[in-house]
Ligand binder design. Structure first.
Ligand SMILES: C[S@@+](CC[C@H](N)C(=O)[O-])C[C@H]1O[C@@H](n2cnc3c(N)ncnc32)[C@H](O)[C@@H]1O
Length: 321
């Protein structure tokens, strides 16, 4: 699978739109997540996706010390203002894939949280280039470095671009869309949405979502290296947490949830005896335990109040030895 282009590659410089906005993000699975992390005085929790600070605020309210990390400087500024100088809060810019270095001085900690994906203000501000409904530069970067979506299209060959659309967007028309994107090299969001419309036969447009939804999701995930960051975070959990510490991950689509489920299963370990064995002879056990067997989903009331929560899955593990 093609990864995102190397971050060290020389790229056309483009100004990142750090538009100051009223940062309103409706936090998903707030109480469920906070309960899972067992916050209290003296505990240190890393919120790897600070965003608008909704989870962090509730963790602080329960007495924990919280270090909030986000790659988006606009989110960091907004959340810092929201925490109003709370002495138990600190904000740091960084990627949660690198928590072991971003929060090296604090390790091991009592809790790690990541609430994946983008925040509402990132989607809503046209200049950030995430939305196929609003005209803006085709940017899609959560942070302020690396290639934009327009640059990614320009520097990725057609075959790799189609693979990105297939792998990250599960887009059935990946090849014709990639071909059209390479031909048109769109610089604006609405231009890119028009390219997708042209590439997909009208009768094959999906009923329930915009025809460009999957393409935009895939480009966003590639621009921000989202699955790679999740892999790195999951692999770092054993070194981030102390015994008794917990990690909670909220994901919003099946690609992510599958990764979380499989990584947690590997951390928990468990019997590797062949299925027919009457008793366990391998005695294999991991250092983690699942906090709950099934993923926690949003209640009907939450889905009604915030439709984005419909696809949220919360999974958590505890380091037990
Ligand atoms: C869904 S929002 C988090 C919302 C937050 N939990 C709240 O209640 O307000 C996701 C945030 O994570 C950030 N983010 C996404 N991937 C990241 C990564 N790999 N490293 C750091 N921050 C990331 C985004 O910039 C965004 O602000």
């Amino acid at each position: 699978m093609p990864g995102p282009p190397s971050r060290s590659r020389a790229l056309p410089s483009s100004e990142h739109p750090l538009t100051p906005v009223d940062f309103h993000h409706q936090t998903v699975l707030l109480h469920e997540t906070v309960d899972v992390l067992l916050p209290k005085e003296g505990k240190v929790i890393l919120d790897g996706t600070l965003g608008g600070g909704g989870h962090t605020e509730a963790l602080l309210a329960r007495g924990a010390t919280v270090v909030g990390v986000d790659r988006d400087p606009v989110a960091l500024a907004a959340a810092t203002a929201r925490m109003g100088g709370n002495a138990r809060f600190q904000a740091r810019q960084g990627n949660f894939a690198e928590l072991s270095s971003v929060a090296q001085d604090l390790l091991p900690v009592d809790g790690v949280l990541v609430d994946l994906g983008v925040s509402s203000p990132q989607l809503d501000v046209a200049e950030r280039g995430f939305s196929f409904m609003k005209d803006g530069p085709l940017d899609m970067r959560m942070g302020d470095t690396g290639p934009t979506a327009a640059e990614l299209i320009a520097i990725t060959d057609e075959r790799d671009l189609a693979q990105i659309l297939r792998d990250y967007g599960e887009e059935p028309f990946a090849r014709p869309i990639a071909r059209e994107l390479k031909r048109a090299l769109p610089q604006r969001t609405l231009e890119a949405a028009e390219v997708v419309k042209r590439a997909v036969p009208r009768k094959a447009w999906p009923d329930r979502i915009h025809v460009a939804t999957r393409t935009f999701q895939a480009l966003r995930m590639a621009v921000n290296g989202e699955l790679e960051a999740l892999d790195a975070l999951l692999a770092s959990l054993p070194s981030l947490l102390k015994v008794g510490g917990r990690a909670a991950v909220i994901s919003f689509h099946s690609l992510e949830d599958r990764k979380v489920k499989e990584a947690f299963k590997a951390l928990v370990g468990g019997c590797t005896c062949p299925p027919g064995f009457p008793v366990c002879v391998c005695n294999s056990q991991g250092n983690f335990a699942l906090v709950s067997k099934k993923a926690v989903a949003a209640s009907d009331a939450e889905v009604e109040a915030n439709p984005r929560s419909r696809s949220a899955h919360l999974r958590a593990v505890e380091k037990v030895r």
